[in-house]
Design a protein around this ligand. Structure first.
Ligand code: UD1
Length: 420
């Protein structure tokens, strides 16, 4: 296992290139299972979750070739429609193959994801949706088996009881090959859903309304190959914005998408952060401003993303006053709070609310990463702290951030990866 050591206090400056979004790349890779033709995806981030998904596609029987940030996938031969426990347990998003496999092969067998550090995270909404498309669902020794009717999935009316991002993506993919019309109501509006819909449209799918709460799909008999570039990672962008606000001279983030970050930009600006946007794909953040506490409640897009909550908490430790952060998407997503406290922050977390009293001096300490975004929060705190912070279990970070340490080092941060 590796740890990341950060010597805090170095000011950051320069240009940071933004990677493609992990959360858009994962469903795009799964979508390649819907056709026997070649799908070529560019701007795929080099992170562990992507390698896990590529492994999963290969175990299903797809040919996967990766060079730099481009992936070429062809699932032309016989497919084994199964996602085994070993892969699903390391990455919950493996359940994204359920819909495509049920649609393409008529059946799918996917290991049930267990609980994870940030809550129970069931997939009941994916399954309820598949049933509406005519599938029968069976539980068998830790696996879910979905079987389409003899002639394949049929269009249906799906109303999601609550908004689910991968659930929307899973059912959207399944619906592209179902007979007739499918309506997805209360669907997720995240930019990653829109990006998937764009890829599917290039493959020949007929989709209307992606990015709104109601998506309509007219099923087609078959989908073809396509080439697609993944959208910029808005959470990576937001993470670097916080880094710049905390300890930047001037950081220029290039290849971003400002429109996807409205809620984050609004809160950061209310907090006094100095951010400008010379054009739609560039954001410039300057540090050194006096920060004010602001309250944040996480919501589905276009609200404040839960995946930026931990990083925002790090920012609020350096803001004057009391900030209330309310987490409404996941239970148990404040594990970074106790680690921040070990670094000197004043935080009272109870249930789904955390109250942060700033501004406090942060000092380096040994801390433990508990999940992907919590790790990012600790990196940010470590950059701003006095002395050395050692973040253990840093593999969480490598699941979702492409070359984070290198990008920060190039901007002037002092950090080092080493074995435990
Ligand atoms: C995706 C993102 C993740 C982000 C999250 C919320 C990917 C690969 N991951 O995760 O980074 O934090 O959206 O923006 O895109 N739920 C159910 N039943 C279900 C599905 C979800 O109860 O069948 C609940 C979850 O437990 C959670 C809420 O719905 O409380 C939202 O989860 P969901 O949007 O599905 O998250 P993911 O798609 O797993």
């Amino acid at each position: 296992m590796q740890k990341l050591s950060i010597e805090g206090g170095r000011r950051l400056s320069g240009v940071i290139p933004i990677s493609g979004a992990k959360n858009a790349a994962l469903p795009a890779l799964a979508a390649a299972l819907l056709t026997d033709e070649t799908v070529r995806l560019t701007r795929i981030p080099g992170v562990v979750d992507i390698r896990t998904m590529a492994q999963l596609l290969a175990s299903i029987g797809a040919e996967v070739q990766a060079a730099d940030n481009a992936y070429t996938i062809r699932s032309g031969g016989a497919l084994i429609p199964e996602a085994p426990y070993d892969l699903v347990k390391t990455m919950r998003a493996s359940s994204l193959v359920l819909g495509p496999l049920a649609a393409r092969c008529g059946r799918a067998r996917v290991s049930l994801p267990g609980g994870c550090a940030i809550g129970a995270r069931p997939i009941d909404l994916h399954l309820a949706g598949l049933k509406k498309l005519g599938a029968t669902i069976r539980h068998d020794r830790g696996y879910i088996e979905a079987a389409a009717p003899r002639g394949g999935l049929v269009g249906g009316h799906i109303h999601f009881k609550r908004v689910t991002v991968t659930g929307t993506e899973d059912l959207l993919m399944a619906a592209t090959l179902a007979k007739g019309e499918t309506v997805l109501e209360n669907s997720a509006r995240e930019p990653e859903v829109v990006d998937l819909a764009r890829l599917l449209a290039k493959m020949g799918a007929e989709i209307e309304g992606a990015g709104s709460g109601t998506i309509r799909v007219q099923g087609v008999d078959r989908l073809g190959g396509a080439e697609h570039g993944i959208v910029p990672d808005r959470i990576e962008t937001g993470t670097f914005l916080v880094a710049g606000a905390l300890i930047g001279d001037e950081l220029r983030l290039e290849g971003a998408n400002r429109a996807h970050l409205q809620a984050v930009l609004e809160k950061m600006e209310q907090a006094g952060c100095e951010i400008s946007a010379p054009d739609d794909s560039t954001l410039v953040v300057r540090g050194g401003a006096e920060l004010r506490a602001v309250d944040v409640t996480t919501r589905e897009h276009p609200g404040f993303p839960t995946d930026m909550q931990a990083q925002f908490m790090a920012l609020m430790t350096q803001a004057a006053g009391e900030s209330n952060i309310v987490e409404t998407i996941f239970e148990n997503r404040f594990m970074h709070a106790s680690e921040l406290q070990r670094m000197g922050a004043h935080i009272a977390a109870r249930g789904n609310r955390a109250v942060i009293r700033g501004k406090t001096r942060l000092t380096g300490a040994d801390v433990m990463a508990s999940d992907l975004r919590a790790s990012a929060c600790l990196v940010l705190a470590g950059l701003a702290a006095e002395g050395v912070t050692r973040i253990h279990r840093i593999y969480h970070l490598q699941r979702g951030y492409e070359r984070l340490a290198e990008k920060l080092a190039a901007a002037g941060a002092a950090l080092e990866l080493s074995e435990e």
